[in-house]
Design a protein around this ligand. Structure first.
Ligand code: GCU
Length: 688
């Protein structure tokens, strides 16, 4: 048995006690009202869960046969008249992918039945996973009346997997998809991944890195057609559509053309042909994900065209087949000169894309990273979300912990994502939150959603650090319902993954909920970011990027630190926000402490709202952060004997590394700022 492999789909009989008997009788039989492949999956999943949880295998009816008791699984509009009538008031509230769970009284002398009705087959599958979630948590299922509808149309995962088996920014082993330039032969693990994703409501996946290298460029050619079909089938059985990241220069790289100019007719017809071939093989194909004119990737700029020209050209190719183009907004000048204090990477996405608002085809979605820089421990939200109203938008998050400890450190990201989702841009008045802009609700857009870079690899536990599974879980739950409280998500994940022992639950919940703050405190003070080793981004290096060509600065010198992004004297970035954020961020007095150095260059003696000076804040948080990292390890150690031993030791080893590494962070950062500023620590602690 592989440690942590089952993740949150871990079905343990012993812990359910008395409810177990109830589940066994309530789910003694399962009937599917239809035989499509996703419904077959739903039946299998439920049967497996019920069997493992109750110790009794449910009877399964072969459609069209229907058992008079147990669980009925079907799709609205395709039920029998009696069931349609009984559930009509609830089914009226669900659209595609929504579902209802409902206890229906049995006929005289017969037991109650449970109806799981989806707005689509996938909806029915999500309903089944809801039922399983209830059982894993020991909840009663005898009087169900649940109606659920996902907030986001696209709930997507981006794999940054390369076909040589490596994963860009992957910290959990190698790709589960590829080896040595080919797809893996064994799709078993891919299937297990699909299950995990569907169980939290994910419905789309881009299966290759956004940086599309040579071999991967051929993924859209016939060369990989049969493997792609296989992958699409495996995911399709779980209601998940596959997408491909494409190379904008494909017409040249694999098409034998001399140009990739989006307005060239031979280029347009080449892409249209490619799309037609792909859809002939995979009718359920989702579409393309594109990183263009970004970090040396080819794009429309080469031909003097803009991003709307580029995206619309691909959109035109995909539209006849119902496909979509997801176009990334991570576009900036990565060689910005430090002498030029008006140019600012943070401003780039907004400057590139807001002038194009309204120019994109209806089947294009702009995918925007949560912050204006790059998944730092702390950033303001990207102002681009507030800058577009006639364009489909999608939020991009990073589950893989590139800048947040690389799955060696525990850093639970759900609280960070909640802050992003709940942020009110004021774009269309109060209540224009990122969650509602991304879903399309604020501007009534036809498409929208959330995507995130996956954190999994072929490690036994999927995520390197077993506690990092909580990030994948929480991400999925938030894409379904961004309003879910972080605490609820955490409790669910713990209960499903680690069982119901409350003494375990309390410890793990505390570790997870403190982890982001702790990581922030010993790494990156006051929103400054980027004090990591260039390239791999692990470990402290205050000036690593400062004196490199990459154009990411904190401007620390002997007087002060921070980037002046104000309207009057700085880069003017603060002006990209709506009021009141523009004024708030523009003012060193109003700006929240945690983002002060993102927006302002201040002397080390500047007094924060907390009452401390900037320099004392840096010292205090770094001393405290390293201590707290040790506390995380110590509190985990109290769980010895209460968890499966391999799991316990795996996390313990990572927490030990974290606490050692936190000391290194503390010392490197404190020493740097002590020597730069010449200001001593008020408490006389050891600074080298
Ligand atoms: C970051 C990351 C890269 C990645 C890029 C992107 O810069 O370090 O590895 O390719 O983001 O999102 O495209």
């Amino acid at each position: 048995k592989r440690t942590g492999y089952e993740a949150w789909l871990r079905y343990e009989a012993a812990q359910y006690g008395i409810v177990r008997e109830a589940y066994a009788s309530q789910c003694s039989a399962i009937s599917a009202l239809g035989s499509s492949k996703v419904l077959v999956t739903a039946v299998q999943e439920l049967a497996e869960a019920v069997g493992a949880i109750t110790g009794q295998q449910p009877k399964i009816a072969a459609p069209p046969e229907r058992l008079s008791s147990g669980v009925l699984i079907g799709v609205k509009g395709m039920l029998d008249p009696e069931l349609e009538r009984l559930t009509a008031d609830d089914t009226a509230q669900i659209g595609d992918e929504g579902y209802l769970l409902r206890t229906l009284p049995g006929a005289a002398g017969e037991a109650d039945r449970i109806a799981v009705v989806g707005g689509s087959e996938a909806g029915a599958l999500y309903g089944v996973f809801h039922l399983i979630r209830l059982m894993q948590q020991g909840e009663p299922i005898n009087a169900l009346r649940v109606v659920e509808q996902p907030a986001n149309g696209l709930r997507m995962i981006n794999q940054w997997d390369n076909m040589d088996g490596s994963i860009e920014r992957g910290y959990a082993g190698k790709s589960i998809f590829y080896r040595e330039g080919k797809f893996t032969e064994d799709f078993e693990r891919v299937r297990d991944y699909a299950r995990l994703l569907a169980s939290v409501g994910i419905n789309a996946i881009a299966i290759n890195n956004v940086n599309v290298h040579r071999v991967e460029t051929k993924l859209i050619t016939e060369a990989f057609e049969s493997e792609l079909k296989k992958a699409a089938d495996v995911f399709g059985a779980y209601g998940i559509r596959i997408f491909l990241s494409v190379n904008f220069a494909s017409p040249i790289a694999v098409g034998g053309l001399t140009t990739a100019d989006p307005l060239d007719s031979s280029v347009r017809s080449w892409w249209a042909d490619r799309a037609a071939v792909l859809y002939r093989a995979i009718p359920e194909f989702g579409g393309f994900l594109v990183k263009a004119d970004s970090e040396f990737r080819p794009g429309p700029f080469t031909y003097g065209r803009d991003h709307a020209d580029g995206a619309n050209m691909l959109a035109e190719a995909l539209a006849p087949h119902g496909g979509i183009v997801i176009w990334r907004c991570f576009v900036y000048n990565c060689l910005q000169d430090w002498r030029d204090r008006r140019t600012d990477r943070a401003k780039a996405a907004y400057d590139h894309f807001t002038p194009l608002d309204g120019n994109f085809a209806d089947n294009v979605i702009l995918q925007i990273k949560n912050g204006p820089m790059d998944f730092q421990v702390r950033e303001p939200v990207s102002p681009l979300f507030g800058g577009l109203s006639r364009t489909n938008q999608m939020l991009e998050l990073q589950i893989t912990q590139e800048y947040t400890g690389q799955q060696k450190h525990v850093c639970y990201l759900v609280p960070l994502w909640k802050e992003v989702l709940d942020f009110d841009t004021h774009a269309a008045g109060e209540g224009s939150t990122i969650a509602k802009i991304a879903s399309g609700a604020v501007h009534n857009r036809p498409l929208g959603g959330i995507a995130a870079v996956s954190n999994i690899g072929d490690d036994d536990c999927w995520t390197g650090h077993p506690l990092a599974q909580a990030n994948l879980y929480g991400y999925g739950r938030l894409t379904w319902n961004p309003a879910l409280p972080a605490e609820q998500i955490t409790k669910e994940w713990i209960r499903r993954t680690l069982g119901g022992d409350p003494s375990v639950g309390e410890v793990v919940e505390d570790i997870l909920h403190r982890s982001w703050g702790i990581y922030e405190s010993y790494t990156s003070p006051l929103g400054v970011g980027w004090m990591v080793n260039p390239g791999h981004h692990y470990g402290p290096n205050v000036d690593g990027y400062e004196y490199s060509k990459w154009g990411t600065y904190h401007f620390a010198d002997c007087h002060g630190i921070g980037v002046d992004r104000t309207i009057g004297t700085g880069t003017g970035y603060a002006a990209q926000y709506h009021s009141p954020w523009r004024e708030t961020y523009n003012s060193a007095e109003l700006c929240p402490d945690e983002l002060l150095l993102f927006f302002h260059h201040v002397p080390y003696t500047h007094a924060l709202k907390s009452g401390k000076t900037v320099i004392q804040h840096i010292y205090d948080t770094h001393f405290a952060g390293a201590e707290e990292a040790l506390e995380l390890l110590e509190s985990w150690q109290t769980l010895e004997g209460k968890l499966e031993n391999g799991y316990f030791r795996l996390a313990a080893a990572r927490l030990r590394e974290q606490s050692e590494h936190a000391k290194e962070w503390r010392d490197v950062i404190n020493t740097y700022f002590y020597r730069k500023s010449g200001i001593a620590d008020a408490y006389g602690r050891l600074i080298y």
